[in-house]
Design a protein around this ligand. Structure first.
Ligand code: 5GP
Ligand code: ZN
Length: 109
């Protein structure tokens, strides 16, 4: 998607603080963090929201990506937020899982 901010972050057109990446997902720190750890996990394919996600492989990979992010950030306790649809606060129309935590157990390098 040419005018999608998160597609541009994934392909490097827009810089971001990358946390984790594999063939299916990309994770980067939120530009406007609402907790000590606030990382977004997104599928590399452009999917508008959870409502449009059909591919079960991608569903699984997103959750695996979330767990990788938690490990990398040193948090065992965290919460997920997935705003789905503009009426419930989704501003960027590329599916993303917010990983949020204020209980960081170890400092990042
Ligand atoms: P939403 O409200 O759609 O669930 O969340 C979108 C999130 O994307 C917000 O928390 C916002 O701060 C973040 N965001 C928007 N634009 C950018 C950007 O260009 N870079 C990064 N790293 N985060 C962004
Ligand atoms: Zn996109």
């Amino acid at each position: 998607m040419t005018d999608c901010i998160f597609c541009k972050i994934i392909n490097g057109e827009i810089p971001s603080k990358k946390v984790y990446e594999n063939d299916f997902v990309f994770a980067f720190d939120d530009i406007n963090p609402k907790a000590k750890v606030h990382t977004l996990v997104v599928p590399k394919v452009h999917v508008e929201s959870l409502n449009e996600l059909e591919d079960e492989k991608i569903m699984a990979e997103i959750l695996k990506g979330v767990k990788e992010v938690a490990k990398i950030k040193g948090v065992k306790s965290y919460r997920l937020q997935v705003n789905t649809g503009k009426a419930e606060g989704q501003e960027v129309m590329h599916l993303h899982f917010h990983v949020l935590s204020n209980t960081v157990e170890r400092k990042e390098n």
